[in-house]
Design a protein around this ligand. Structure first.
Ligand SMILES: Nc1ncnc2c1ncn2[C@@H]1O[C@H](COP(=O)(O)OP(=O)(O)OP(=O)(O)O)[C@@H](O)[C@H]1O
Length: 242
């Protein structure tokens, strides 16, 4: 169980980005993390991964602090910005990632993943020559081989062609399961509704809404809930009538 309690964070020590955030994510959860631009989704993810230093509060996985080596080794974060070691080939990058996570290469799985993404001819090419979509694919192949306990995805499906997106969706849904936590941050609410089993909406530094996706589907949609919080109808009408 990932337990976040009373988390506070501010970049300039004045304007709070996270303001006493509480969140519990259970093994088996495939969580959609949504919220308006700038609400702090990436900040929250970076705090969970100990890439930013928290100022107040606690983040624990199964009772262990998030900066414990065991927790760090259990969490894999796929960021949205694709900063990869450009001087490596795809295959070298995958091997490096496996080493960093003390994971062994499952050759059979590796070849299957390469086949799903039609990635064979890209493996020996330098990452500096990769397109955005190829960078996403090589990160996903590495992630699926590492098989982490917690996978955090920040807009990773952006830039992928339709078929690769579908393959990724299926791979991630297969990956999630009773022993895993998947947190996916995206503005593609339809995709999240298809894939995830829970949603949390981050707004004004706190978790504003927390719901099971099945409950959302029965009554409304993620888009309607999101629009209800943002309440931009007046602005849109002003633009239409101008
Ligand atoms: N390195 C930084 N230094 C100062 N302020 C930052 C930094 N990174 C983010 N911020 C600010 O913190 C707030 C939260 O940013 P964050 O990137 O976490 O939002 P987000 O919800 O992921 O946004 P988006 O949906 O646009 O990706 C924003 O006001 C942003 O301007």
């Amino acid at each position: 169980m990932l337990e976040i309690q009373q988390l506070h964070f501010s970049y300039d020590k004045k304007t709070p980005v996270l303001n006493g955030l509480n969140l519990t994510v259970q093994q088996g959860d495939f969580l959609a993390l949504i919220g308006p631009n700038g609400c702090g989704k990436t900040t929250l993810i970076k705090l969970i991964c100990d890439l930013l230093e928290k100022q107040k509060g606690s983040i624990k996985l199964d009772g262990l602090d998030h900066n414990d080596f065991k927790v760090k080794n259990a969490v894999l974060y796929l960021p949205s910005d694709d900063v990869l070691p450009e001087f490596l080939t795809g295959k070298e990058y995958i091997n490096l990632m496996l080493k960093m996570y003390n994971a062994s290469m499952d050759e059979e799985r590796f070849h299957r993943l390469v086949k799903y993404y039609s990635f064979d001819s890209a493996l020996d090419v330098l990452i500096e020559e990769y397109s955005n979509g190829m960078k996403k694919k090589v990160q996903l192949i590495a992630a699926m081989l590492i098989d982490p306990e917690i996978l955090i995805i920040d807009e990773t499906l952006n830039g992928m062609d339709v078929e690769s997106r579908e393959i990724t969706k299926l791979l991630l849904m297969n990956f999630s399961g009773p022993n895993k936590i998947v947190i996916m941050c995206s503005h593609d609410l339809h995709l999240l509704e298809e894939m995830c089993n829970k949603v949390v909406i981050l707004y004004q530094g706190k978790i504003h809404t927390e719901k099971k996706i099945d409950d959302v589907r029965q009554t409304t949609s993620l888009l309607s809930i999101f629009r209800g919080i943002m309440n931009h109808e007046d602005l849109k009408n002003e633009i239409i009538s101008s």
